[in-house]
Design a protein around this ligand. Sequence first.
Ligand SMILES: [Mn+2]
Length: 461
Amino acid sequence: MPNPIDRSCLQQRRHQLAELIDDRVLLWSGSAVPRNFAANSFPFRASSHFLYLAGIPLQNAVLGLESGQLTLFMDDPPPEAILWHGPSPSRGDVAALIAAVTHYPLSALPSWAEDAATLPAPTLATRQEQTALLGRTLTEMGQGEQGVLVDPRDRQLAQAMVTLRLQQDQGAIEQLQEAAQVTVAAHLAGMQMSQPQSEAAVRAVIESVFSAHQCSTAYTSIVTVQGEILHHDRYTHSCCPGDLLLVDAGAETPYGWAADVTRTWPVSGQFSATQRHLYEIVLAAHDACIAEAAPGVEFRNLHLLAAHQITSGLVEVGILKGDPEELVERDAHTLFFPHGVGHLLGLDVHDMEDLGDLAGYAPGRQRCDRRGLRYLRLDRPLQPHMLVTIEPGFYQIPALLNDPELRRTYQDCVNWDRLVQFADVRGIRIEDDVLITETGCQILTSALPTTVDEITALLQD
Ligand SMILES: [Mn+2]
């Protein structure tokens, strides 16, 4: 079991938060969501903002923060709980563990709630509790998928949390390294299976490594021979010689910190010539972005660099036609690389996306409608201790390639006859977790090979 984040680090976060906000803060951990009846719940995941300041996943707990001092609101377990769950620590024990200065039962919350700022918990039931206690609406629908915070106090708290969580502190980095190491071990185990029979069997091996390290999945694993389905979440296919297997799977530590890694490898152990050509193009984009990643560099420019690399590569192999620069300007690459090159990573796999684009987009910036930028999840200059993913890809997505309007728009850009020769490539993505340092960057997942030769050697082992 990895160690939790130490208390001095947590106390430092609380003091930093106090410097950024004027109001009291209440943060709810949330409660387990029933699968069918109350005693049979989905695995509990505490709210990330709560985890950031408490360090451990408590259920049905609320943190009160004032001037950097922590108050814990939580009820002692009911007497019958010991029968089902064994002995559990008292509220006082928990308070000592997380360095709370005072602690009260949940019934004391109303007297504390006046004028407090909060952030909406992920689950509806907890959001309703928050709304009832604070006596106000938390969010209203905005343009994006996420609600917009209504209250200026909450908006200030959200901004403060973004300021803190954008740059990972030492306690966070240790957790993130742990998540990265477990994830690398899991992918290696998947690659080294002799004769992978099915997507389900490979998934089982990968996730068993997470479990053995007391980690869970940071998101639903993708283990598929249909790599062109970007968020494929079923595992029903056999793995056949000739298939490329795309695995996007990341561990989450017991304290909530995530990794997010993708590798693509040939089931047979050998890339075909066409698979190899396209793999090398995606890898060149991946390597070029990581070589450039450093403080001050605009993440949007890394995305455009990946677009240029992929476009030049596709022109070279004869799939795209024309001047790469012009093709990128026309967003022609989005036929094959439709998503952004990466995102923030931390407690959440897309870190702080519960706050919409507040974390991902620098103040004053907004999502752009342009095809080539609309799925860009991060548009900020990189800063030391920011953790980002770099994940270029190439896909043949029928819904894009057969779309009549897109075919008209890009008729002159694509050599459709040449493309047919690459039919054995459905999807390739290569994704690593990259920590920005004072001078450049460090790949937390570098122990997992990316080159054709290294991967082929691993598969032959
Ligand atoms: Mn990712």
